[in-house]
Design a protein around this ligand. Structure first.
Ligand code: ZN
Ligand code: ZN
Length: 201
């Protein structure tokens, strides 16, 4: 079988040499999430989950976020205490539509799952946070998406990601939905060693 693409010392997703000791496999949060999305979609296609409407919606959301530069997940980590306070303040209801939130995903309604909404930007202070149901969270995110311009960088990236998740065999090492979870730690170590050797030379 043809070797899957990865060159040590470059970004596993885009081949950029702009990697660091901190994150030696991906040049940016966007690239890490792009590869994660390719593996997620490949996994969904493999087991048929890609036929479910809520999974299709999740795939579109994640694609839009990756195309928009990536979801700022590191910046938007809300501590457990703050989360609890937001939900308490909201009385356990969605602050947008008023529905009773589902906190342990026991009701089988994916729309009612409790989420935290950032009002503006990434600040994690109480006055920038709201309790939203998953449905309102998705609707709000979708209302901010801009349609892809034909020929734009984002449209090209979308086409390339689609080519990668549709390929019969993973085109890159980081696209391998079955093997990556056992490979990435070894690769991280190898790439870090390579960077250190280069720095010492
Ligand atoms: Zn990259
Ligand atoms: Zn709601």
């Amino acid at each position: 079988m043809e070797a899957r693409h990865y060159r040590i010392g470059t970004c596993a997703n885009c081949d950029s040499p702009e990697i660091t000791l901190q994150t030696p496999l991906f040049c940016s949060q966007q690239c890490r999430q792009a590869a994660e999305l390719v593996r997620y979609v490949r996994g969904c296609r493999r087991d048929g989950r890609d036929q479910l409407t809520d999974v299709q919606e999740a795939m579109r959301m994640r694609l839009a976020m990756v195309l928009g530069g990536g979801y700022p997940e590191r910046e938007r980590v809300v501590g457990a205490g703050t989360r609890a306070e937001v939900f308490r303040r909201a009385g356990g209801r969605c602050e947008q539509c008023g529905r009773v939130l589902d906190f342990d995903q026991s009701r089988g309604d994916p729309d009612a799952i409790a989420t935290i909404q950032h009002v503006h930007g990434d600040a994690n202070e109480l006055d920038n946070l709201k309790a939203f149901c998953r449905r309102c969270n998705i609707d709000d995110a979708q209302s901010r998406f801009v349609p892809l311009q034909r020929g734009s960088a984002a449209a090209k990236m979308a086409a390339e990601l689609e080519r990668r998740w549709s390929a019969a065999e993973p085109l890159r090492l980081c696209d391998d939905e079955l093997e990556w979870k056992t490979n990435w730690q070894r690769l991280t170590k190898a790439a870090r060693g390579w960077l250190q050797t280069k720095a010492d030379a």
